[in-house]
Unconditional design. Structure first.
Lengths: 318, 55, 349
């Protein structure tokens, strides 16, 4: 993926020099190993700051609305999932297509930083990516691993690695994955009895510190006031009571029903390592099985929970 | 889908009900509320999402 | 000042003895790395573990703390009268606390225990707690404690400072509380004071040499508050921020809290939760107005508080001990070391 960065920089320098866009949203090198930082570049002299690698796991669609100037366009670099969230933004009237210049990046997946950290007993001091080979260094050892072996779960399960909407592509499309069991993780939970399922989710969220990073990193969560922040009436308690924590996670997830692209940003940002995708993955499976729907693929179609259809699979309205 | 997610989390689906009741259908409203209350009462032993203030 | 040696073979036994009088806290490994937790009777602290994800501030200042309760039952004579809840203030000991974290507790103390106001919940917990620190022989790359006014073998705020000497710990007893704890453990093999101090000095110098990260803070106090406040760099600093507040939750020195009341049936409870200046709710007025309504204002507040307002108000350096937790945990890689440098070097044009 490193090779596409030169092309991205050339495209961005050109766009900024010609004044076609006012800024470019992309990723910059992080200040510590295995980190990257979303950045807005406004001058062609700064395009060298842009990078793209397997640690760019955030979803840049999340930054678009806020970065959009009053007039004019901005450019945004977009992986497959980012582009699907841009489509969702457009379908939900958060941004219009003509305000965006989308630089598509075919993506071969992002690394699971926790999985890599778990390979080492001490801290990681260097991380070098060359194609599929990652060289990871700690004070005690230096190890080469294949990126494919340490991909994030959502990237392993990804079937839309290539951007679905773009103005220009930064590289040739990559081969899409086909999966035998696209929802094995959901099925595994579904196979448990109700008490075990409950226990599973209790265990999952037990370390939650309610920082709401999962919500804030999610491009879908753009409500001016979130239900958990509402104070009159206050729907959810603000403490560490497990009922409040469960309520937050359940409702946050449900607000993503039929909208989630499984970009994995929520899990990426969780400081406590909670796999909150265990909630949204069930919704994605249902959206696909009940409505044949995958979010962010089509700018013309309305999402399933946005419309009523006489052949709705549910019979709850009697 | 909400019911499915609740069930996936280990919470009984019968705790969630949707109905379409016109403001003119008072008797239907009463019937539905009764039905829901009965169903939920039958599940009562379970306090998964009820807050415990004794702690 | 006296020194004792603790053979590592006696360590677990000593902890067990102390459990009769102390609730023992210490670092343990869980699925999310290292955490400081109350230890179950059969669990021992992981003394050589890395830095804990969350700081030890929660031992005295839990994320959610019940303060008062009242009954709403009007047949009861004392209905609607808030009463203190019973607290477990039996002695507790925190084993393996990092020296800079102990310094952080002294900073938090400025807020909870000062001539104007003493927070009873925090003060009682503080009085009940003994801090047994372990010097850090191999500092992490994010550690910049030496330039934040503390260090890997700093003694401030500790009752005992220990050094790991492979087969034994060398412990320097710093306070009466520390002495009481050592007695409760049955650790009584005294060591030569001069020799031990020399050893501590060597270890400290070695460890300090291994700290590679640093921040410059020397010019912060001479800067004008308004110049920094109006500086043009805040937009760039804040761009990537998602306002999650992880930095404030993992921070050992962040002390802000929010008080909430909840009622259920006939019981009312008042409790406090950690608050975070990253949340829009932090300054949301009842009128609906929010003086810090935008993300950039909130990010600026966090850094201005830690690196300027605190510096000016208390004259004790920055409100940061250089533990590096926020640097490691920030999901969008906002690095306080970079921001501090930018502020320290800022000249108004």
């Amino acid at each position: 993926m490193d090779t596409c960065i030169e092309k991205i920089r050339t495209i961005c320098a050109d766009l900024l020099a010609k004044g076609e866009v006012q800024k470019v949203i992309g990723f910059a090198e992080g200040s510590i190993p295995m980190a990257s930082r979303p950045i807005a570049v406004t001058s062609k002299d700064d395009v060298e700051k842009l990078v793209f690698n397997a640690t760019c796991g955030l979803n840049l669609a999340n930054y678009v609305s806020e970065a959009l100037p009053k007039d004019g366009k901005i450019a945004v670099t977009a992986k497959g999932c980012d582009s699907r969230n841009l489509v969702t933004h457009m379908v939900e009237n958060q941004v219009s297509r003509d305000r965006l210049y989308i630089i598509g990046i075919p993506c071969t997946g992002m690394v699971d930083k926790r999985k890599i950290a778990a390979l080492f007993e001490d801290e990681i001091t260097d991380f070098i990516e060359e194609g599929d080979t990652l060289t990871i260094v700690s004070p005690q050892k230096k190890e080469k691993v294949s990126k494919t072996d340490v991909l994030r779960h959502n990237c392993r399960m990804c079937t839309h690695r290539n951007p679905v909407v773009f103005d220009v592509m930064a590289a040739e499309p990559v081969e899409e994955q086909s999966l035998d069991q696209p929802f094995a993780d959901v099925d595994q939970i579904a196979a448990m009895d109700p008490e075990t399922r409950w226990a599973h989710f209790q265990e999952l969220t037990k370390n939650c510190i309610r920082c709401y990073a999962c919500r804030n990193a999610c491009p879908l969560c753009y409500c001016p006031t979130c239900f958990v922040d509402e104070s009159s009436p206050q729907w959810v308690g603000k403490g560490q009571d497990k009922t409040d924590i469960n309520t937050f996670h359940f409702l946050r997830a449900f607000h993503c029903a039929g909208r989630c692209t499984d970009c994995g940003a929520c899990v990426e940002v969780c400081p406590m390592g909670i796999n909150v995708r265990d909630f949204t993955r069930k919704l994605n499976k249902d959206a696909l099985e009940l409505f044949g729907w995958e979010a962010g693929l089509d700018m013309e179609k309305r999402p399933p929970l946005d419309v009523y259809s006489p052949d709705d699979p549910d019979d709850f309205i009697k | 889908m909400m019911g499915n997610l609740l069930e996936h989390m280990g919470i009984e689906r019968d705790r969630l009900h949707f109905s379409w009741i016109s403001s003119a259908e008072a008797t239907k409203f009463v019937d539905v509320v009764k039905e829901i209350s009965d169903k939920v009462r039958a599940l009562d032993t379970d306090k998964k999402l009820a807050k415990d203030y004794t702690k | 000042m006296n020194f004792i040696t603790i053979d590592k073979k006696d360590w677990a036994g000593g902890i067990d003895k102390s459990r009769k009088t102390y609730r023992v806290f210490g670092p343990v490994q869980d699925e999310n790395g290292c955490q400081l937790k109350p230890l179950a009777p059969d669990v021992y602290p992981l003394m050589d573990a890395g830095v804990t994800v969350m700081s030890p501030k929660s031992v005295l200042f839990p994320q959610t703390e019940k303060m008062l309760t009242a009954t709403l039952d009007e047949s009861s004579e004392d209905h609607h009268i808030m009463k203190p809840v019973e607290k477990d203030n039996t002695p507790r000991v925190v084993l393996g606390i990092r020296p800079y974290d102990a310094r952080a507790i002294q900073m938090v103390k400025l807020n909870f225990d000062n001539p104007d106001y003493q927070d009873p919940y925090w003060c009682e917990a503080y009085d009940a707690t003994t801090f047994v620190g372990l010097g850090i022989n191999r500092p992490d790359s994010c550690d910049f404690s030496t330039s934040a006014g503390t260090g890997p073998f700093s003694e401030e705020g500790l009752d005992v400072l220990m050094a790991d000497l492979d087969d034994r710990y060398l412990a320097k007893i710093l306070t009466e509380k520390g002495e009481t704890w050592a007695e409760a453990c049955g650790f009584d093999t005294s060591a030569d004071a001069a020799e031990s101090q020399a050893l501590f000095d060597i270890l400290r110098k070695e460890a300090e040499k291994n700290i590679t990260a640093s921040v410059d803070t020397d010019r912060l106090s001479e800067k004008s508050i308004l110049d920094l406040y109006e500086a043009p760099f805040w937009d760039d600093v804040a761009f990537s921020c998602i306002n999650c507040g992880t930095c404030t939750f993992v921070c050992p020195t962040c002390w802000c809290f929010d008080i909430q009341d909840e009622t259920k049936h006939k019981t009312a409870t008042r409790f406090r939760n950690w608050d975070t200046c990253m949340s829009p709710l932090f300054t949301h007025h009842a009128s609906g107005h929010n003086p810090r309504g935008s993300k950039v204002q909130r990010v600026r507040q966090r850094f201005m508080h830690k690196l300027k307002y605190f510096v000016d108000k208390y004259d004790q350096g920055i409100m940061c001990v250089g533990c590096g937790r926020c640097v490691a945990s920030c999901p969008v890689n906002i690095d306080i070391r970079e921001v501090c440098k930018t502020m320290n070097n800022y000249e108004k044009e």
